[in-house]
Design a binder for this molecule. Structure first.
Ligand SMILES: [Zn+2]
Length: 477
């Protein structure tokens, strides 16, 4: 996500249920087949989910994150703080994700720390290399809020609109993400998607997936989408969208906007980003890329092959955010990480990638060097404030999202994260730095990376020391 930086004031329907267990000798992707109907503020859906057990242990249950429940009345871990309540533009508003049925299964329940988890007890033990299919029927009600999941003033944001399988960690089990007003509280593994959306024909829909078919009749639009090897899937609906399109590096780029006097320039910037990052890091992971202007209370938000760009940014902020979110296609979408614990891996690298882009493409008028300087100042200011208030500073980078203050999180994940990559470049030189980033991308694309994966890609003791010193807070920035 792009929210705050010191220089840019970042300051249904129900379907039949089925289960089968089968064997497979090689790893196959989990598959989400979602059929959803959207009307006004409600998405009713049937999700057929096929899970392949590629772990070394047998499993008796599955867990899914129910992000939509963070918007419900009485939620403890809310998406926004009290000071960010203006995102609820017409006053208090709530939503939720109601699970209607799960089948076949032995049992299911909505549980977790804050009704954020759907636990499905399987009918029988699922052994390694076996698969199981469950059907989940649910209703997602959207709050009126300019956030990831909500009815915005001029659009409908359908991020996190379905139960998302929790990432599984060998020896630990399913990782339950707790929503947080800090950062992006997401952590998921890649899967394949087949999504069918039915909505009023007044809407234009932007999607993470490639459009397989689109029809309009009887006052409804019905679109089928497909996406492979993606850790999430998002949609945005709007009645006013104009769609601008181009191609770059073999990618079909779509820009959805309702208020951009310089849309052609925005499209050109997106195109330059896709080309530059593909050359610098490795091929873009998908066939299409949708950048979507929408109501969003921060700068922007990344999903695989789709990003939100807030409609309330200055031109400079808008272009910066478009680059930052596009960089997330490499760092977050392709190379995943546990964003609840190591947000700096994707945010820091998205920031540094933006720095690299604007250093190369000066014509967009954004001073990359000044951005780096501002990051230094922000880190120094944070240390100074912490020393005054607490007697000592804590700039460690491996804390869970809930352990940061809002401002502290931004400085640590974005600014200090960005400086980590600048320090790595200083430590190993340009040639090794860019070769190492390419290696990090190639080794971890489609997988989950950790700080150890980053160290391994740099293959350099000096670089490992830099990463360790940034994480444990001993580096002087
Ligand atoms: Zn970001």
């Amino acid at each position: 996500m792009k929210r705050l930086s010191l220089c840019f004031v970042l300051l249904f329907l129900v379907a039949p249920l089925s289960l089968f267990a089968g064997c497979s000798s090689q790893k196959e992707n989990n598959v989400y087949r979602i059929s959803a109907q959207f009307s006004e503020n409600t998405l009713s859906a049937s999700m057929q989910f096929t899970f392949y057990n590629d772990e070394e242990t047998s499993l008796s249950f599955l867990c899914f994150n129910l992000y939509g429940n963070a918007y419900r009345e009485g939620a403890q871990n809310t998406p926004l703080t009290a000071s960010q309540a203006s995102a609820y533009y017409s006053g208090k508003s709530y939503g939720d994700m109601e699970i209607v049925s799960v089948s076949p299964c032995k049992d299911w329940e909505v549980c977790g720390e804050d009704e954020n988890i759907l636990r499905v007890d399987l009918e029988k033990e699922l052994f390694p290399a076996e698969s199981v299919t469950v059907n989940i029927e649910y209703v997602l009600t959207l709050a009126q809020v300019e956030h990831r999941t909500g009815v915005a003033k001029r659009s409908v944001n359908l991020g996190n609109f379905y139960p998302v399988l929790c990432a599984y960690e060998e020896g630990k089990g399913f990782y339950e993400c707790v929503y947080s007003s800090n950062g992006d509280p997401f952590y998921s593994e890649t899967a394949d998607y087949e999504v069918t959306l039915t909505a009023d024909e007044k809407y234009v829909a932007a999607s993470s997936g490639q459009t397989v078919s689109a029809t309009r009749k009887g006052g409804k639009m019905v679109c089928e989408y497909a996406l492979e090897n993606a850790r999430d899937f998002a949609l945005v609906l709007g009645e006013e969208y104009e769609v601008f399109q181009t191609q770059a590096a073999g990618v079909h780029i779509l820009y959805y906007a309702y208020d951009d006097d310089n849309a052609e320039q925005t499209l050109e910037l997106l195109s330059d980003c896709i080309s530059y990052f593909s050359d610098t890091f490795g091929d873009f992971p998908y066939k299409t890329y949708a950048a979507v202007q929408t109501g969003f209370c921060f700068g922007g938000m990344e999903y695989p092959a789709l990003v939100y760009l807030s409609d309330s940014l200055s031109r400079e902020e808008y272009l910066y955010t478009a680059v930052h979110e596009t960089a997330h296609q490499w760092w977050y979408a392709a190379v995943g990480n546990n964003e609840c614990e190591y947000a700096f891996l994707d945010e820091g690298l998205a920031e540094y990638s933006s720095y690299l882009f604007f250093s190369e493409y000066e014509e967009y008028g954004i001073d990359a060097a000044a951005r780096l300087k501002t990051a230094h100042s922000a880190c120094n200011a944070l240390v100074s404030v912490q020393e005054q208030v607490f007697g000592e500073a804590d700039t460690t980078m491996d804390r869970p999202l809930s352990e940061y203050g809002a401002y502290e999180y931004v400085v640590i994940a974005y600014d200090k994260g960005m400086l980590l990559f600048d320090a790595l470049r200083d430590a190993v030189g340009d040639r090794a730095f860019f070769a190492s980033l390419k290696r990090y991308y190639a080794q971890n694309s489609g997988k989950i990376a950790t700080p150890a994966s980053l160290s391994a890609a740099f293959k350099n003791a000096g670089a490992s020391g830099v990463i360790a010193s940034f994480m444990d807070g001993t580096a002087i920035v």
